[in-house]
Design a protein around this ligand. Structure first.
Ligand SMILES: Cc1cc2nc3c(=O)[nH]c(=O)nc-3n(C[C@H](O)[C@H](O)[C@H](O)COP(=O)(O)O)c2cc1C
Length: 216
């Protein structure tokens, strides 16, 4: 056991993490006050850096960076502008604009496939891509756990309206990156129970029957 580390702490954090989808009309959004924004900015940035200690199997070597993931961070103002852009310019009517409007910050985590063209896909590259994606997912889970430990609400969304070419261009995300998670964050100071709030649809659809102890 690591010094000063109680295993039940991490177990509690893993079990406390839960999806909380928070929605609000972009016109009714509540800006994050500067002192709250500054304090949480440091926490979120540190959490992203620590999340990057996830394992990864192969160096992806894009722009000299080994990690196969990228994190694009939208603080409140940028997330709110993105909400308005989705609603008013791209005429998105799904939940995207209302999720972006309700969050305190939004982290878009992408991963970098080696195969962008199905035709040129080799078995070796496909296997490497699966592992790049698995590594990026480990990074996302790390981040969810760290944010949960800081009392923040989180929601891992596939990204829906954020993964269109128009939104990629608007946000300056290279098209070679594939969106893995739009991670909506709610700072504890910004929690507002009057807002529409939904749990993950699979939250209670859990068992432990997927464990098999192999006897030979
Ligand atoms: C890769 C991934 C993508 C997800 N995308 C969505 C999504 O687009 N919409 C959604 O409602 N939930 C999404 N979720 C969240 C799941 O619905 C949620 O994790 C599940 O219902 C279990 O609830 P819990 O997170 O509270 O345990 C996603 C989760 C993962 C791991």
């Amino acid at each position: 056991m690591l010094d000063n580390l109680n295993p039940t702490t991490i177990e509690s954090i893993i079990r406390a993490r839960r999806t909380e989808k928070v929605l609000c009309d972009p016109d009714a959004a509540r800006p994050v006050p500067p002192d709250v924004a500054e304090r949480n900015r440091n926490i979120v940035l540190q959490a992203i850096k620590t999340a990057g200690w996830a394992p990864f199997h192969y160096p992806r070597k894009v722009d000299g960076i080994a990690e196969p993931w990228r994190a694009h961070v939208l603080w409140y103002d940028a997330a709110h502008k993105a909400a308005l852009h989705l609603r008013d310019e791209l005429h998105v009517t799904s939940k995207g604009p209302r999720l972006a409007a309700a969050c305190s910050a939004l982290v878009l985590v992408t991963w970098l496939p080696e195969c962008t063209d199905f035709q040129s896909q080799t078995e070796e590259k496909r296997a490497r891509d699966e592992e790049h994606l698995a590594a990026a997912a480990a990074m996302v889970q790390n981040l969810l756990l760290l944010l949960t430990a800081h009392g923040m609400g989180t929601y891992w969304s596939s990204g829906g309206s954020f993964q269109t070419p128009e939104m990629y261009r608007y946000l300056g995300i290279p098209e070679a990156e594939r969106l893995l998670a739009a991670l909506f964050i709610e700072y504890p100071e910004m929690r507002d129970d009057s807002r529409e709030r939904k749990p993950g649809s699979q939250r209670d659809n859990r068992c432990e029957d997927w464990i098999r102890e192999v006897s030979l």
